[in-house]
Design a protein around this ligand. Structure first.
Ligand SMILES: Cc1cc2nc3c(=O)[nH]c(=O)nc-3n(C[C@H](O)[C@H](O)[C@H](O)COP(=O)(O)OP(=O)(O)OC[C@H]3O[C@@H](n4cnc5c(N)ncnc54)[C@H](O)[C@@H]3O)c2cc1C
Ligand code: SF4
Ligand code: SF4
Length: 414
């Protein structure tokens, strides 16, 4: 592993002040967008304590800093509702349902109801796109991710399920453009935001990638988090044959399969809540868009909650939230339903805050957290159109103060 070193080099030719700012504020989401735009100058590498970060290996061309400044989600995000309903917490949207794949295997293997995989299957089968870019387990590092370009729905048996580990799907951009086929892109909300910004600047990217699919995202843990899960399971990395973070049921168990054929597992609550969530990168704690506002379609867990408002995580047949943010997304979801690939049930958007406490609380706390970082003169992302003030007003003053002081304390910790 390498230690992240900011590519600070003042105004020197071939460097990027924007990347230096990202590194100074620890704002990188690990999307891979900058490396995808400038593959000969930047490469994504695993850096201590286990996050994917751009490392400069050659000078950047003239104009690179401007392009990175306009597209890097670490530096900020702009959202425009353009006539859509626009919720202060959830952003612009057109239609919302809960649902699941009608293919029992997809529903079982999927992180929640396999709805996202059913949508991808429909996109390929209906010829809306010719291939799909998504993430799969890395065969050389079963707790890690690799990005794959596939035109075969049979591959979805491997790609389904959430993997709580770094992924940098946009560093595959040169391969996607060289491939030349029309593709749907699946990525984290920050990946979706970076891609949408790139599409707005480059018609070739917009033509090649007409569909963006995302999922709600509570944050990316470092690879150290995954190693801690393995250690809690009594498994060493060299014993590992394959690893699932969840899925095979809803929410399913974190499961390590060993080379000797045996396996060890733990609940989703123990793996995500007890270990992985404590290793989430700094940028995720100040993320204004964990719900894919730049995507056409977004899937999430349609959790059941207990009387206190916390998800129950009781094992049951999977159910995804399916949120169409654009007219295109709406058409794709309805097309998948009409083709018999997806079951959709109506959902009341007014109940979303109750079943997504993590997303709700982070949105409401964000303004206070950013204020604490600004006071310390730390670089923070610039968010436009994300209603931070309206979201923070949904918190009482005490909760905002607690978040402000908590962020201040953490930022001052040596
Ligand atoms: C890091 C992370 C955090 C999440 N946080 C939340 C949350 O706070 N609230 C919530 O409701 N849901 C969250 N989810 C989403 C949730 O786990 C499911 O992805 C979602 O419910 C859709 O399930 P599905 O069964 O419809 O999708 P599936 O059919 O299982 O398809 C999942 C798709 O996601 C892709 N994928 C998996 N992991 C990654 C990754 N690391 N990077 C890029 N693509 C990936 C796969 O390639 C696949 O295409 C998170 C997912 C991830 C990966
Ligand atoms: S957030 Fe993405 S574009 Fe920005 S520095 Fe990190 S990898 Fe590059
Ligand atoms: S929480 Fe936000 S910044 Fe972090 S990985 Fe998810 S979408 Fe990206």
């Amino acid at each position: 592993m390498e230690t992240t070193r900011p590519p600070v080099l003042d105004d020197a030719v071939g460097t990027s002040a924007s990347l230096a700012r990202v590194a100074e504020g620890d704002l990188c989401t690990g999307c891979g967008g900058c490396a995808g735009l400038y593959p000969t100058a930047l490469t994504m590498r695993m850096t201590d304590p286990g996050f994917l970060r751009p490392v400069q290996v050659a000078p950047l061309p003239v104009g690179a800093d401007e392009a990175i400044a306009a597209t890097c989600p670490g530096l900020g995000q702009t959202v425009t509702a353009q006539g859509r309903q626009d919720d202060p917490l959830w952003g612009p949207w057109r239609s919302v349902w809960t649902g699941w794949s009608t293919d029992e295997e997809q529903r079982f293997k999927g992180a929640s109801g396999g709805a996202l995989t059913a949508l991808l299957t429909h996109l390929l089968r209906a010829g809306v796109v010719e291939a799909v870019v998504q993430n799969a387990p890395d065969p050389e590092n079963p707790v890690g991710n690799r990005t794959v370009l596939t035109d075969d729905p049979a591959a979805f048996a491997v790609t389904a399920g959430s993997r709580y580990a770094p992924s940098a799907p946009l560093d595959m951009l040169p391969d996607i453009l060289a491939d030349g086929r029309r593709v749907a892109f699946v990525g984290k909300p920050c990946d979706a935001a970076a891609l949408a910004a790139m599409r707005a600047r480059d018609p070739a990217i917009a033509r090649t990638i007409p569909v963006i699919v995302s999922f709600f995202c509570g944050g990316i843990p470092s690879e150290t988090g995954a190693k801690e899960v393995l250690s809690a399971l009594g498994v060493t990395p060299d014993q590992l044959e394959s690893f699932r973070y969840r899925g095979k049921g809803w929410p399913g168990r974190a499961t390590a399969t060993l080379k000797d054929g045996s396996s060890a597992d733990m609940t989703y609550h123990a793996s995500w809540g007890g270990i992985l969530s404590k290793h989430v990168q700094h940028r995720c704690k100040i993320c204004a868009d964990g719900t894919g506002m730049a995507a056409d379609l977004v899937c999430a867990d349609a959790w059941d909650v207990d009387a206190r408002g916390y998800p129950t995580f009781d094992e049951r047949p999977g159910e995804s939230l399916v949120l169409a943010r654009t007219s295109l997304g709406e058409q794709i979801a309805q097309g998948a339903e009409a083709a018999g690939r997806l079951t959709l049930k109506s959902f009341d958007m007014g109940t979303l805050a109750a079943i997504q406490p993590g997303q709700r609380n982070r949105r409401r706390a964000l303004r206070a957290r950013l204020a604490a970082l600004r006071i310390l003169r730390k670089p923070v992302p610039v968010y436009r159109g994300l209603h931070l003030r309206a979201a923070s007003r949904q918190n009482d003053v005490r909760t905002n103060l607690r978040n402000f002081l908590g962020t201040l304390r953490r930022a001052l910790r040596p």
